[in-house]
Design a protein. Structure first.
Length: 200
């Protein structure tokens, strides 16, 4: 049996939620950031705040890190003439918009049902915002990308409707990432020849 923190995934730089020796990730099977005290077994799990207010830093350990993980998986596809769509611009999606704006030159399109969230998405760096996913959204994606499809779609909703629209809306060779967990599922019929990123 391996010592916790020394499995191949961790040694290769993957995060602890990918550890083959852990029963479940921190916060699920082991105490996480909401516990009064957290026992860490690896110095990788400790970050110095260097004066940053813990209240400001706390969301980055979950929402910020989750959104960054999704953006990081697709950012290699996002050059100057690319378009990235963010489905769902609540807590996670709003972080993703900010990361996309800072880390890529892509045009960012926020997609959300709520007017207030679309307005906030524009303030946070989205170039455009459209109403949430419905039967017209695929056509809108095609129109906004001159018919070729999105270079990347990050789905922070995860319903069947957003998954099916997201997979169908990505250009060949593009990337669709489902991060949201609202009960939808990827099926053999919904997957085309796209690179699909799933939450890990």
């Amino acid at each position: 049996m391996l010592t916790l923190g020394t499995c191949l995934r961790l040694v290769c730089g993957r995060e602890s939620n990918n550890c083959t020796e852990a029963l479940a990730g921190r916060g699920y099977g082991a105490d996480g950031g909401i516990a009064d005290y957290v026992l860490v077994t690896n110095t990788r799990d400790i970050l110095r705040l260097n004066g940053l207010d813990p209240v400001t830093a706390a969301p980055m350990t979950d929402a910020g890190a989750t959104a960054f993980h999704g953006v990081n998986r697709v950012r290699g596809l996002l050059g100057a003439d690319s378009t990235a769509f963010v489905f769902g611009t609540g807590g996670l999606g709003s972080f993703a918009i900010q990361f996309l704006r800072v880390l890529t030159p892509a045009r960012i399109v926020a997609v959300d049902m709520l007017t207030e969230r679309r307005k906030l998405a524009l303030q946070l760096g989205a170039h455009e915002a459209i109403a949430g996913v419905d039967e017209h959204t695929l056509g809108v994606i095609r129109d906004m990308t001159a018919g070729r499809g999105a270079d990347a779609i990050l789905d922070f909703v995860g319903l069947d409707a957003t998954i099916n629209t997201g997979v169908a809306g990505v250009r060949p060779g593009g990337a669709y990432g489902v991060i949201g967990a609202a009960g939808g599922s990827l099926t053999a019929n919904s997957i085309r020849a796209v690179f699909v990123c799933v939450r890990s």
